[in-house]
Design a protein around this ligand. Structure first.
Ligand code: GLY
Length: 399
């Protein structure tokens, strides 16, 4: 038996692959499966437009997962009968004022030097692609290979596919303890029931860190990072946006994005807030989202507001996912996906399930093992030694 703690897109994806391989799998979710970060996301698959300086190590993983998405989406549709709205129009990143224009030009050079397939567009050329863009848009980056899905449909399709493949799903059930003996995992405790397992996967998103029984050295440094979102309703037959659109933001919404779905919803996100597990909506959050979105796509002004919500990204200490084996035999990580959970789901499902089935750590997964944080702690310890201070004073972790 393999137990997966957390029924989000990554937990279900891994479970699906394991069930397809004929293994006995149980996914346990504290709420309803695929209804936390998977549901709250915007469904963007944008490794190129979202590539950040100093995150180059993540790029190969993100690019490979993006490549896998097309067949993943088709397979999900085939298995579940649910069309997950995989859209390939591509992504536009626009600049409005002079500073933004220069920043975007700089970003274009950086991304092009990484060998990414991006095109520079003038404001006029950008408006040829999206006629409702603001007249203030002076330049844009076009990323034709950055696609999107409807993450909520993916959640439903994945849940159905997993169950159809023979996976067991226990919802509204908390894992009260991870059970270990002599450095190896033996199962989990749910209430007074002990479930024996040869492997336990921690895929509990923002809740991954504090599960009782996790040995301290195998506790993933993951914290919740709040994102408020809002959706307006476009006409389904005449939407005002076809591409995913990114634009400049501010300190609460570092960059604004708008993701049009085929049912006419236009998802606008997102704030980035260190607020623990708080998911309340604020007037300021809504104001910043709507104002930033309106500045690049003024036509949203007249559209009905249909939904607002907040989700919790599982952010790791270095913003990269934590995947694969740990120092505890049989305890496996699939967490810390930060802003990239939907994008990284197919590669997470493949590499983590492959590790469980064969014991192989894929090269592409190797930079994302939990033990990388030991290395950074020992770097802190080395620094402490040089500075003649206790390491505890220096290792002021964010999480
Ligand atoms: N990936 C979108 C977000 O984190 O807001």
């Amino acid at each position: 038996m393999i137990v997966i703690v957390g029924g989000g897109i990554c937990g279900l994806g891994i479970g699906w692959r394991l069930a397809q391989a004929g293994r006995e799998v149980t996914v346990i979710d504290r709420g309803e499966a695929a209804m936390a970060a998977t549901w709250a996301a915007a469904g963007m698959l944008a490794p190129q437009a979202e590539a950040e300086h100093a995150e180059e190590a993540l790029l190969p993983l993100a690019m490979e997962s993006c490549r896998l998405w097309q067949s993943f989406a088709h397979e999900l549709q085939r298995c579940s009968g649910i069309d997950v709205d995989y859209r390939t129009e591509g992504t536009l990143v626009v600049a409005t004022d002079r500073d933004e224009f220069e920043l975007l030009e700089h970003r274009f050079t950086y991304l092009r030097d990484l060998g990414l397939n991006l095109q520079w567009l003038s404001g006029y050329e950008a408006r040829q692609k999206e006629p409702y863009l603001s007249r203030g848009v002076s330049g844009a980056l076009f990323s034709p290979e950055d696609h999107q899905v409807d993450n909520r449909l993916v959640g439903s399709a994945l849940k159905a596919s997993y169950i159809k493949a023979g996976g067991q799903l226990r919802e509204h059930t908390s894992v009260d303890e991870i059970l270990t003996r002599s450095g190896r995992v033996t199962g989990v405790r749910v209430g007074d029931q002990e479930i024996e397992a040869e492997a336990v996967v921690i895929a509990a998103g923002a809740w991954s860190r504090n599960i009782a029984g996790l040995p301290p050295e195998a506790s993933p440094p993951v914290r919740p990072l709040k994102g408020q979102m809002v959706a307006v309703q476009m006409s389904k037959r005449a939407p005002i946006l076809d591409h995913v659109l990114w634009g400049p933001g501010n300190s609460i919404v570092p960059s604004i994005y708008l993701a049009p779905k085929s049912d006419g919803r236009l998802i606008i996100g997102a704030t980035v807030e260190e607020m623990g597990f708080d998911t309340s909506l604020t007037a300021g959050g809504m104001l910043e989202l709507l104002r930033s979105a309106w500045e690049i796509l003024p036509g949203i002004y007249d559209l009905p507001l249909v939904e607002s919500w907040a989700g919790l990204r599982p952010a790791s200490r270095d913003d990269a996912p934590i995947l694969g084996p740990t120092g505890v035999d049989g305890l496996v990580m699939a967490t810390g996906h930060h802003r990239n959970g939907i994008l990284l789901a197919p590669i997470t499902a493949d590499t983590v399930s492959d590790y469980i089935l064969t014991g192989t750590v894929a090269d592409i997964m190797r930079p994302f093992l939990l033990d990388r944080f030991d290395k950074s702690l020992s770097a802190v310890a080395q620094f402490a030694l040089r500075e003649q201070k206790p390491a505890t004073e220096i290792a002021t972790e964010k999480v």
